[in-house]
Design a binder for this molecule. Structure first.
Ligand code: MN
Length: 374
């Protein structure tokens, strides 16, 4: 039995105004090809199928094509919704799709019936849940603790531990208080309230997690975040994105990571404009940090001739590094245009006008018939 664990597709996501649909189509095709080449029996999607609760028609079409391809090749799909998904929209028609071996976790209803993937393997689909989603089923559970929520949910499951049991979930999981590694593209609360310890999952042979976008194991090799297939923030520029291949034989699970090869990678480039201009062109998504002291006019269109997908441009120079004191001017005094300009320049550039610059400005003021003190 071979399964592929992926998560956090965020179909339809836009980054800094750029649509990532082409990148997502490319990566879904890669997942499908990988599944075929490796004779995968089923694909696990651990939540955040879409980026928003009302996804665009383009995003829906993309996913529609993906699960249709899987079904045509007799590759099963085991999916749960994440905190970005709307569970009712994601599970529309799911009873009918289950007949084609495409499975979605319905809204939590007090218990979970596992899906039998083969005679030995059971897959438990748990959609993203909050305490308010489960409280009605557990009268003694009255607080807002995610940990207690999961304890209640888990104690209700009758897991036959002589079989292989796989849990698919989309939650914030910690290991003895140790938090997973985070990225900037997750909308996960910064608190500790939503922590769920891995000890809840002892009955399971593998826990396929989604929610965090960095691919990582939690405490042991068989409790894993799949991670997003693409880099969804510049904080992930050095991440190695990969799908997780589970090779299950009898009671053992072998884990192999298969790297994604994106259509466009993500790069951060820092330096002087004249040096950056000499770099070889690239279609990657790029963040540029300029070290030039003088601001460059029309810099975005100039950089776009080399890097058509420049997403972000910022400066790291004296002016940006130093704290700028914006209260240099006492407004009760009367200042000459030159004094005002000098103050303005200092605020902007964090340095004084030199003699040559002062001469230029002075000449401009004279041309404008403005009074120049000195
Ligand atoms: Mn996510």
């Amino acid at each position: 039995m071979k399964l592929l664990h992926i998560s956090d597709l965020h179909l339809g996501k836009k980054l800094k105004g750029y649509s990532l649909l082409d990148d997502q189509r490319f990566i879904l095709n890669q997942i499908f090809d990988t599944a075929k080449e490796n004779n995968i029996d089923g694909i696990i999607i651990a939540g955040d199928i879409y980026d928003v609760s009302i996804p665009s028609t383009e995003a829906i079409n993309l996913f529609d094509k993906f699960i249709t391809q899987l079904s045509n090749e007799n590759i099963a799909c085991y999916a749960v919704s994440g905190n970005h998904d709307n569970i009712y929209r994601v599970t529309f028609g799911s009873d009918i799709m289950a007949k084609g071996n495409i499975h979605f976790a319905k809204k939590y209803s007090g218990n979970i019936t596992p899906i039998q993937a083969d005679e030995n393997t059971f897959i438990w689909l748990l959609p993203f849940i909050r305490p308010m989603d489960v409280r009605e089923f557990y009268p003694d559970f009255t607080n807002s603790s995610y940990e207690e929520m999961m304890q209640n949910v888990m104690k209700n499951l009758s897991v036959d531990e002589s079989k292989i049991n796989i849990l698919v979930a989309h939650q914030f999981v910690t290991c003895n208080g140790k938090q997973p590694e985070r990225t900037e593209s997750e909308t996960v609360s910064l608190g500790t309230l939503d922590n769920i310890d891995i000890s809840n999952f002892e009955k399971f042979d593998y826990v396929a997690l989604g929610h965090l976008h960095k691919s990582q194991a939690m405490g042991k090799d068989t409790i894993r975040y799949g991670g997003s297939p693409l880099k969804y923030s510049f904080s992930e520029k050095d991440d190695k994105k990969s799908m997780v291949l589970l090779n299950i034989e009898n009671k053992t699970i072998n884990i192999e990571k298969i790297p994604y090869k994106p259509l466009r990678d993500m790069q951060e480039i820092e330096g002087k404009f004249e040096n950056i201009q000499k770099l070889s062109p690239s279609d990657d998504y790029i963040k540029i940090i300029l070290n030039d002291e003088n601001y460059i006019l029309d810099v975005k269109s100039k950089l776009e001739t080399i890097f058509p997908n420049v997403m972000e441009i910022s400066y790291n120079n004296i002016a940006s590094r130093e704290n700028q004191d914006l209260s240099l001017i006492d407004t009760t005094e009367k200042y000459s245009p030159m004094d005002l300009f000098k103050t303005f320049y200092k605020q902007q550039q964090n340095q004084d006008l030199n003699d040559e610059q002062e001469k230029i400005i002075s000449d401009i003021f004279k041309d404008l018939n403005m009074e120049v003190e000195e």
